[in-house]
Ligand binder design. Structure first.
Ligand code: HEC
Length: 682
């Protein structure tokens, strides 16, 4: 520890010890508060930690207030725990200050939330009760109160929220939030509203799909009796996919004979979008019952991406890999043919080995079923060195980048370059400059041989037997959040955990590049080996757009008077297709064309490429757009220029930048730079 830091830490610790356990306010407490008010904002987390604990010895609401202020700085689990202890030590004075109005929550919602969660439930409930008396829940649900009740309210406040929702006392958006808050209370704290909550089933018919979805989820979470048939009905017939998905997941959660019957019925519907999730849910309730359906569906899947989703939904079910492998084997032994299409088998082989899973029996069974050579190759050190040498001699890194970008390999969904891309595996920005080529070859061919530090997969098993694997995204006292192989975050409540293990295998699937030709493999390795070296594969400098969303408008948009919707629509709009710049920063014409494959019959009116920036300080922002003269540059829906240099005054904060292209003149290369803004990467 540097001497100055040591001195400050010792000072904070000394203030702590000097106070001993004296419960009463002492004459020198004002002086100690003044000192600690600085230390609690210190740059060094150790000093903040000692200061937070020292504050616990000053029995005064100001001490609690100062301690909560530590939340404005970066937190870590130790600091979190220290603050939790301190708030508990000072709970009576803080609650008194809150109740008298001396401690105000406006603008300090984060602090209030922390304090509420730290307090004993009955105290938290008192504080919330008082807060609700001052700020009754409004129709639009303004303020943090709905969520706070979900996080820290007692059964009584939960009831208030439920009643107000049922009495149509919220608008739709607030209603969705209210139901979600009730769901959080159940999920994280196993707490439900007082009284009989069955009224929530009335919302199954609500006109708003978000409300129907949340109501169905709540009915399941609360295990309301007698709702299975109605939920089964929604699962098959609701007009909104989101509600159908929620209903299927809820049937799985409810479980029991009746749910199995509903899921069996749904799994037989000739509609893949229902059949597949229904089978996955059925598999987790009654695996043998699901097997015929699973094999039937597997034999119809030809699209590799769809097949991958299918396997990812099925294989986490405990025992599913084994039972499927056994059934495939016995059918093969009876001479059955065409059990699985090659693409679907390859996807299955990949998923069977990803995420810390290593289901070799299924891999071999799938390879046989699809007539693929079983790719259980043993790569010796010599083989790896040979491949590395060949890649260096013959590989074409420019072609290799296109291989790397293929959706079927999913490299980008797990790895980022220049900060853009997935976060499941390590960032690849400088891997070529820092690692020898044979290390790269080995990492890709045999991910399990050496697992990079900090990226080992965690395997969580919940009480209902579901397995989750992923790298640790973060952890709170209540839940573990994993980032799974698909890049999605999955929160698993600690209350549901049965087992937690570190996997001995990498989350990166083995055999990923087995389907590639040798030429493609060599190009890929050549590309990886150039990353971070000066030239076209150096992504270390910022100032250029790397994350894009592409879309196009067609005649029907114009007929609907919506020709310029891409200038306004949010990124969550499904009509945007996300993509990333090449490492050198920009989108070449083939990538633009590939992403925007349009239906032949629809002539395109406009092609749009959008990205997002954040501006740290209000002022002029300069852009440099590489495109062609037909291109226009729009910021926040306002045209500010075209190709070449342009400038606009922007406020601090996030802004949308959209480039409009003429579909008949797609530029050879599209690149957007700005020295004054940061481009949002994910
Ligand atoms: C499902 C997620 C996932 C996919 C898909 C994936 N990786 Fe990985 N990758 C990881 C994880 C996690 C690690 C770190 C653990 C390890 O060392 O195996 C990793 C490690 C690596 C490493 C070693 C990095 C280092 O710093 O040691 C390389 C190189 C690599 N991946 C390349 C690729 C390439 C090329 C592709 C596409 C063909 C790919 N990965 C696809 C998750 C993935």
């Amino acid at each position: 520890m540097p001497p100055r830091l040591l001195a400050r830490t010792v000072l904070a610790a000394a203030l702590f010890v000097a106070a001993g356990s004296a419960p009463l306010l002492r004459a020198d407490d004002n002086a100690r508060l003044a000192t600690l008010s600085k230390l609690v904002r210190d740059d060094a987390p150790q000093v903040r930690l000692e200061a937070v604990r020292a504050l616990a010895t000053i029995h005064d609401a100001r001490a609690a207030d100062l301690a909560l202020g530590v939340l404005d700085r970066p937190m870590d689990p130790t600091l979190d725990y220290a603050l939790w202890l301190t708030i508990n030590d000072l709970s009576d004075v803080w609650v008194a200050a809150f109740e008298s109005g001396a401690w105000k929550s406006e603008g300090r919602e984060k602090q209030l939330e922390f304090a509420l969660k730290a307090l004993r439930p009955e105290l938290a409930s008192r504080v919330l009760g008082r807060a609700l008396a001052v700020h009754p829940l409004t129709r639009d649900g303004a303020g943090p109160w709905i969520e706070l009740i979900g996080q820290a309210g007692s059964a009584h406040e939960l009831r208030l929220v439920l009643d107000q929702t049922l009495a149509a006392g919220f608008d739709d958006a607030a209603g969705v939030r209210a139901l979600r808050a009730l769901g959080d209370a159940m999920r994280l704290r196993k707490l439900r509203p007082e009284g009989d909550p069955a009224g929530v089933t009335r919302l199954f018919d609500h006109a708003n799909a978000g409300i129907r979805e949340q109501a169905v989820r709540l009915a399941g979470a609360w295990k309301l009796p007698g709702v299975t048939a109605r939920i089964g009905h929604l699962a098959g017939d609701d007009t909104t996919p989101m509600v159908r998905t929620a209903a299927i997941e809820t049937l799985k959660q409810i479980g029991g004979k009746e749910a199995v019957a509903e899921l069996t019925r749904l799994a037989a519907l000739p509609r893949p979008e229902i059949q597949q999730p229904a089978l996955a849910a059925l598999a987790s309730l009654d695996l043998p019952a699901a097997v015929p359906g699973l094999l039937g569906l597997a034999s119809t899947l030809t699209d590799e991406t769809q097949a991958q989703d299918f396997w990812r939904a099925i294989l986490p079910v405990k025992g599913a890999g084994k039972i499927l492998a056994d059934s495939l084997k016995s059918r093969l032994d009876q001479g059955a043919k065409d059990l699985v299409a090659p693409g679907a088998a390859r996807a299955g082989m990949r998923v069977a080995r990803e995420g810390g899973r290593n289901d070799m029996e299924l891999v071999i069974a799938l390879a046989r079923a699809a007539g693929l050579a079983s790719d259980v190759q043993a790569f010796t050190g010599q083989l790896i060195r040979d491949l590395a040498a060949k890649a260096t001699r013959q590989g074409d890194p420019i072609r290799g980048e296109l291989v790397y970008r293929r959706d079927s390999l999913a490299c980008m969904s797990c790895h980022a370059i220049g900060g853009a891309g997935g976060k499941v595996g390590p960032d690849m920005t400088s891997i070529g400059a820092s690692a020898p080529v044979d290390y790269l070859v080995e990492s890709v061919l045999l991910p399990n041989a050496k697992i990079k530090e900090g990226y080992a997969a965690l395997m969580l098993t919940t009480r209902d037997g579901t397995e989750y694997t992923g790298t640790l995204a973060r952890e709170t006292p209540q839940e573990v959040v994993l980032r799974n192989a698909a890049g999605a975050e999955q929160a698993v409540p600690k209350a549901d955990l049965a087992k937690r293990e570190v996997a001995s295998t990498s989350l990166m699937p083995a055999g990923l590049i087995d389907p590639l030709s040798e030429g493609d493999q060599l190009d890929l390795f050549a590309f990886l080996s150039r990353l971070g070296k000066p030239g076209d594969f150096d992504a270390s400098k910022g100032g250029v757009a790397r994350r894009w969303r592409l879309t196009q408008t067609v005649h029907t948009d114009a007929q609907a008077g919506q020709e310029d919707w891409p200038l306004k629509a949010g990124w969550e709009d499904r009509r945007w297709t996300p993509t990333y710049s090449l490492v050198k920063g920009g989108l070449p014409q083939p990538v633009l064309n590939e992403v925007l494959k349009s239906e032949l019959w629809s002539s395109r009116l406009g092609v749009y490429a959008g990205t997002e920036i954040t501006v740290a300080q209000a002022g002029p922002v300069h852009f440099q757009l590489t495109a062609n003269p037909a291109a226009g540059l729009w910021v926040d829906g306002r045209r500010i220029g075209g190709a070449g240099a342009s400038q606009v005054e922007l406020s601090a904060g996030a802004h949308r930048v959209v480039v409009r292209l003429d579909p008949k003149q797609i530029p050879a290369f599209l690149r957007l730079e700005s020295p004054d803004a940061s481009f949002v990467l994910n």
